[in-house]
Every structure is written in C-alpha cells, then in structure tokens.
Write a new protein. Sequence first.
Length: 192
Amino acid sequence: MTATPFPVSEIAAARRPHRKDAARNYDALLGAAREAFAEHGAEASLEDIARRAGVGIGTLYRNFPTRRDLFETVYADEVDALCRAAVEVAGQEPWQALTTWLDRFAEYMVTKRAVREALDGESDIFQACRESMYAAGGPLLERAQRAGIARADMDFGDLLRMVVGITATAFEDTAQRDRVLAIALDGVRTGR
C-alpha cells in the first residue's frame, strides 16, 4: 500500500497549527471533542469540550470558529487515522490486515454517528473523507479476495455497509459488538 497522502490527510495537516503549544491545545481539543461527541452526540457542550481539554473557551473558538468547523475537523481527523491504520496493517497477512482495519473502523463509527449528524453529506470534507476511506480500505479487501480468503461477489461498499449496520445496533458492551462483527465477518471469509 502506498504512503501517498490521502485527500483527507492533506486537509487534516492544513488545519493543524504549527506552533507546539497551539498544536498541543488543538490535539487536546480534538480528543475532548471526540469523547464528548461519543458520549453526548452532536449536542455536546462546547464549554464541556474546552474544560475536558484543559483550555479556555476562547482557545476552542480560536481553533474552531464554528461548531461545524469542530465537527468537520474531528471527522477528518478520525478518517485520517483510519487511513493511516490501513497503511500500518497492509504488511500483515491479507485476512488479518482486513479484519484489524475493520475492527478500527467499527470503533470509529461510534464517533462518526454523532459528528455525521451535523455534517452535510455533500460537503467537500465528507467527499474527501469518503474517497480517502475507500482508497485506504478498498485495497485490503481486494488483497484478501485475490488471496482467495474473502468472498469475490462483494465490493468494499458492501463490506462497509455491513459493518455500519452492525455498529448502528445497541450492544451491551464492546465485547458483544466485537463478537457480532466476528460472526458477520465469518460470512465474508471463504472456506480456504
């Protein structure tokens, strides 16, 4: 898999401040926003996010002038991490690489649901994220298919829809979600 930046990687890098202290605050705000959105959805309090990050509300607004800016940046950052994860697992055996990445994708879906509510599906960020995700994860499925260990009668979009459907369900805990995902992935794996 190539180390060439994905479209979302360029967006994420362009938004990140260069000064160390500003970058530290920016990263803290993204982490706090990710947690708050996962817990409280799109209506998470910006004041709570700033408090969690250990910064003032003014610092939040300096980095993210609008709530939408924060949503888009969290979304792009999460997809960028997914793309990097695909590159990191590409050297593993084909089935292991695919399932490791899909496990990470399932974790990402928790944050994505909250953030996605607030974004327009036609935004430039959304389109760059979608293209990047397909460019990163698609080759993992194709490699598993070429190795004869993943069904050949499906495409990457089918696989993502299956995982999205699973993650949209309420589970008792992440262990149950992981178990259900593993059962579903058994249907993707061929008998070889």
